[in-house]
Ligand binder design. Sequence first.
Ligand code: UT7
Length: 332
Amino acid sequence: MLKIRAAITGVHGYVPEYILTNEELSRMVDTTDEWIMERIGIKERHILREKNLGSSYMGALAVEGLLKKTNTKAEDVDLLICATVTPDMQFPATANLISDKVGIRNAFSFDLNAGCSGFLYALNTAAKYIESGSHKKVIVVGSDKMSSIVDYTDRAVCPIFGDGAGAILLEPTTEDCGVMDSILRSDGVGAVHLHQKAGGSVNPASHETVDAREHFVYQEGQTVFKWAVSKMADISLEIMTKHQLTSETLQWLVPHQANMRIIDATSRRMGITNEKVMINIEKYGNTTAATLPLCLWEWESKLKKGDNLILVAFGAGFTWGATYIKWAYNSN
Ligand code: UT7
């Protein structure tokens, strides 16, 4: 029997209009464009400033565009997974809200939280539903409004993050393409180094937690940096070696966009030159679950059927992983 794989058959993205530049940030905290460019590599990030709009708003716009460009009817979608660390609210799931907004009604949908690795975890979960033969049209959306949990008085964190959403459609194929393999890992030892202290069941919201600014991202930058460099490089090399991919046979590296120095260290370890690396951190910053689909969206017109891609991410948890994809279509 022919093996069924999950092929990405479309990709779309959305970023809010407002652009927060390094120049504007340097008027908010003690920082400079030079420092941010040298240490992180971000020039600007998009911010969803309008009141009463959250991750489901951006996610729904990405999904709406995806349905349109792939000529997919909302009623034909049978599963939607949303990766996010900034859900509209604790419950219901942002995936339910997105589905409602775009008219997906013959499906089930749920959220998945794996920090900045959320999109990779969701992609692989979705792929299993396709591979099993039980589901035919599955949407994975990564959407994060990081500005809702960033402390704009903390100069060590506020330059890093931006808002955005990206979505892909997965469909079955019996051709030799699609999601070929994945290695995913997590280690809760990382929780102390990167987390949101309050707002969960251990530390519910109170006047004290708000006064102590505990609803914002807490990050020990240097520790997270060291883990990210070593895990992203190791796991990319592991999946490359497992599939006998070389710097010649690999067409694209799609790395999570957290820090230009982490991306450089990963591609150097893999022996990949910058022309083969999708990099848009300079204009979007770290959009958490949205970085990978936003890269695919931006590079879609350059991708060719049969191209070998490695997607790699690292994030809160700690979580990390790499996925090997053989691209399934030529866009025109
Ligand atoms: O996607 C989720 C995973 N997250 C990540 O991958 C992030 C990983 N970490 C990083 O990207 C980096 O650690 C940061 C960008 C967060 C920080 O860069 P760093 O090179 O590790 O800086 P540092 O924390 O070691 O700080 C060096 C200096 C400090 O000053 P002193 O103590 O040497 O005087 C900081 O106070 O830089 C100072 N600093 C800043 N200076 C100007 C920290 N933030 C800023 C800033 N502007 N925005």
